[in-house]
Design a protein around this ligand. Structure first.
Ligand code: AMP
Length: 295
């Protein structure tokens, strides 16, 4: 059990020592130490409540870089006042143990006051891939993400940062952000890790009742059936209407969006589009699920 956050945690001898910092100066010093010996730095930003999907990103970062930093920060700026900030699952002890198991080198646990001190006045407002889809339903969301990701990148100064396909629009937003602001950080996307029944792993799956959890994999199943309909030549509008009706009949709803987009720009598809992505967000009871697949 992790009892307190001492600078260096190694509670089971066989596990990797995990450095934990709340403080920016301490983080910067450790990062300087890593870099002084020429080591490359991978970074995985998270909001905690870690599951295998997050841990795969850490393992992937380990395979690409000498040292890996994970941040755990539930970012208030990406939650609207009506959303689940207060309820968002927080499982710090289990998170730290899991990070040790996968060989994370440093966990950064800033407090909201440190990230957004009194007088904080900056907001990164993006167009391009940030428009539409999530933004139509969560208009505050990508400014919150872009602002905190920029701040964390300035603090951690990684060579590489890993983001999950699970939040596909977020991945495209971060790629654009890094390019637009010449941040010089390589952004790597990693496939969605799923439960054996196909449900995309998510910290918010903990909100689902037993009955809802049994229904939830139907989202991935329906996305795949929709993809098959498209491959078989059903016109896009008809295929989407059919999948929409399937989801509503199964007990999901409301559906925020179910859309076929260009995988790179997230704009509308046309006959010249090489890579396509199906993206969906919908409600199951009081839980909002998102998922996407290549199409
Ligand atoms: P979050 O803690 O939800 O902000 O997610 C942190 C990172 O983990 C983001 O890059 C997510 O896209 C990624 N992630 C979340 N769930 C999964 C999953 N099931 N598979 C792969 N990556 C994921």
């Amino acid at each position: 059990m992790v009892k307190s956050l001492t600078p260096k945690l190694n509670l089971t001898p066989s596990l990797t020592p995990l450095i934990a910092h709340h403080d920016l100066n301490a983080l910067r010093q450790t990062v300087r130490d890593f870099k002084a010996t020429g080591q490359t730095l991978g970074f995985v930003p998270t909001m905690g409540a870690l599951h295998e999907g997050h841990l795969e990103l850490v393992r992937h970062a380990k395979s690409l870089c000498d040292k890996v930093v994970v941040s755990i920060f539930v970012n208030p700026k990406q939650f609207a006042p009506t959303e689940d900030l207060a309820l968002y699952p927080r499982t710090q002890t289990a998170d730290l143990e899991a990070l040790m198991r996968v060989g994370c080198d440093l966990v950064y646990l800033p407090s909201p006051d440190h990230i957004y001190p009194q007088g904080f006045a900056t907001k990164i407002d993006m167009a391009g891939p940030a428009l539409g889809l999530e933004s139509d339903f969560r208009p505050h969301f990508f400014a919150g993400v872009a602002t905190v990701v920029t701040k964390l990148f300035m603090q951690v100064t990684p060579d590489v940062a890993i983001f999950g396909h699970k939040d596909y629009q977020q991945l495209k937003v971060v790629e654009t952000l890094v390019l637009d602001l010449d941040m010089g950080i390589k952004i790597v996307g990693h496939p969605t890790r799923r439960e054996p029944d196909g449900l995309a792993m998510s910290s918010r799956n903990a909100y689902l009742s037993q009955k809802e959890r049994a229904l939830a994999p139907k989202l991935y199943e329906t996305l795949n059936a929709l993809k098959a309909d498209l491959i078989n030549g059903l016109p896009v509008d008809q295929a989407i209407d059919k999948a929409w009706a399937t989801l509503i009949a199964a007990g999901f709803g409301p559906i925020d969006y179910l859309s076929l987009r260009d995988s790179d720009t997230l704009g509308p598809v046309d006959t010249n589009t090489d890579n396509r992505r199906l993206l969906a967000a919908l409600w199951l009871g009081s839980t909002r699920l998102i998922d996407n697949i290549e199409a």
